[in-house]
Ligand binder design. Structure first.
Ligand SMILES: [Zn+2]
Length: 168
């Protein structure tokens, strides 16, 4: 695997965060102080590339509303999420052709959540890479920059996202 991009998760966690109350709320409202990595949006959810990805194509899905626990999600948010989750997998299948996925919420700091605002990680997995525990380590070798990921994902979401697209 060629090393083109090596993010450091720790630099993000230790003080290089933008000065906003909640990074994901800032992303939802397109605040210029935070990186704009949005690739898709529905009525209640935003999908972004991960600024510090564990793997090429690592995306995050989070509610527009500031929610910190899955049990706070409303019925409409839940149903939209299940459609959106499928769409994310279809998009990643088409754009990256991974062989497997890790999908999940980290709820609470002890579980590794560095951002309180609820967010779902969708991490594509590829052949010949290290095991699941390695995605929790501080650094990983990534083969694509977030900027390039955003461009690629936007194209595929546009192509495949028909049913779930935001109505406004
Ligand atoms: Zn928030």
């Amino acid at each position: 695997m060629q090393q083109l991009y090596t993010p450091s998760k720790m630099s993000y966690v230790k003080g290089r965060r933008p000065k906003v109350d909640c990074i994901l709320c800032a992303v939802c409202s397109k605040d210029r102080r935070v990186s704009q990595l949005e690739v898709y949006r529905t009525d209640h959810w935003v999908v972004t590339a991960n600024l510090h990805p564990y793997n090429a194509g690592h995306i995050m899905v989070f509610p527009v509303r500031h929610v910190v626990d899955v049990r706070q999600l409303r019925k409409r948010e839940h149903s939209e999420l299940s459609l959106l989750q499928n769409l994310c997998l279809d998009v990643l299948d088409a754009a990256y052709k991974p062989v497997a996925y890790n999908i999940g919420f980290n709820i609470g700091r002890q579980a590794g959540a560095s951002i309180e605002h609820l967010h779902l990680h969708v991490v594509p997995r590829y052949p010949n890479e290290a095991g699941f525990m390695d995605i929790l380590s501080d650094t990983r070798t990534i083969v694509e920059s977030p900027k390039r990921t955003v461009k690629r994902l936007r194209t595929y979401f546009k192509k495949l996202g028909g049913k779930t697209r935001r109505k406004t």
